[in-house]
Design a protein around this ligand. Structure first.
Ligand SMILES: Cc1cc2nc3c(=O)[nH]c(=O)nc-3n(C[C@H](O)[C@H](O)[C@H](O)COP(=O)(O)O)c2cc1C
Length: 300
């Protein structure tokens, strides 16, 4: 995740038994190399790098991933056909993030090993179609034969269990880990995430790059511009440069862009990443033992 998952978060998740991902999207190439090297030093467990394919320096990022012998890459925001063959040629497990069955099939055709199916609830960039995780997971698991990892609105073990009952083989959690001690997000942003309530996020900027944002002054400006029919250029100008950095990294909660998912409404504590993984796992096991919390049939 941009401005959240550097080596500290990725290695903490991997050390706790999850698969930590370094978010390359907010890093200059040299910074990415440094994070990969620090992550390798901090964990002996597998970790991966998320590479948004529309990044301007994408070829440099990819060369670093290959040179540093990263074994797992998650790609997003772009065509998986362009780079997947190169990753596979270098023995890298490649997973692409999609928001529809159509794109999941394209990822499979491109040779991806798995897809992340990310629903409407998710924080960050998202599909225009507004397909919720609840609908997307069964649809994508039916459409493709490669493993499906569910994302969007998942922060608890019972939600993970539900996604797996629907056919997912794993889950990707974003927002839950923004509110972790190891995330590089600014403390103001982490606190806003755990304070958020239902209805505090909205899928914005649909004309340009759909992204789920926390409602704030910047968000209101975008909404007003969209309502008066602003074109793409005007929206791009309003977005300007470094809005995401200003909000999520520098903690400017009014002027900055704050990417976060609906599930922020369920979060109320900033926790160590390892504790989050442990809580999710314990709740998942408890859910397996007692899947129906209030079962009241068969005489019970
Ligand atoms: C702050 C933030 C930054 C994100 N950055 C990226 C990114 O750079 N690349 C990407 O593929 N997904 C990104 N995502 C999406 C997450 O990887 C994940 O799929 C999503 O958060 C899952 O939904 P959830 O927020 O409901 O857990 C981001 C999400 C958040 C909240």
């Amino acid at each position: 995740m941009v401005w959240a998952s550097g080596w500290k978060l990725a290695s903490a998740v991997s050390n706790a038994g999850g698969l930590g991902l370094i978010g390359a999207g907010s890093m200059y190439p040299d910074v990415l190399r440094e994070h990969i090297q620090k992550c390798k030093a901090a964990t002996k467990k597998p970790f991966g790098v998320n590479v948004p394919l529309l990044y301007p320096d994408i070829d440099k990022h990819i060369q670093i991933v290959i040179d540093e012998r990263v074994k797992i890459v998650f790609t997003s925001a772009g065509n998986p056909k362009t780079w997947t063959p190169l990753f596979k040629h270098n023995g890298i497990t490649t997973v692409h993030v999609v928001s529809s069955s159509k794109f999941a099939l394209k990822a499979q055709e491109a040779g991806c090993d798995a897809v992340v199916a990310e629903g409407f609830e998710a924080g960050g960039h998202n599909g225009k179609e507004e397909t919720t995780t609840m609908v997307l997971i069964p649809a994508v698991t039916k459409a493709v034969t490669i493993p499906v990892i569910a994302a969007g609105g998942i922060a608890t073990g019972r939600q993970m269990l539900a996604a797996m009952v629907m056919g997912a083989e794993g889950v990707q959690m974003g927002s839950r880990f923004v509110a972790s001690e190891e995330a590089s997000s600014h403390i103001n942003f982490k606190q806003a995430v755990v304070d958020a309530a239902e209805g505090d996020t909205f899928l914005s900027l649909k004309k340009l790059v759909p992204v789920r944002l926390m409602k704030n002054k910047f968000f209101q400006q975008i909404q007003e511009a969209e309502e008066r029919g602003a074109n793409e250029d005007e929206l791009r100008e309003l977005l300007g440069r470094a809005r995401a950095k200003k909000g999520m990294h520098e903690g400017n909660l009014e002027e900055g862009e704050l990417e976060i998912g609906q599930v922020s409404a369920l979060l109320n504590e900033i926790l160590p990443a390892g504790k989050i993984v442990e809580n999710v796992w314990q709740e998942f096991l408890e859910g397996l033992r007692h899947p129906l919390k209030n079962a009241n049939f068969n005489g019970e």
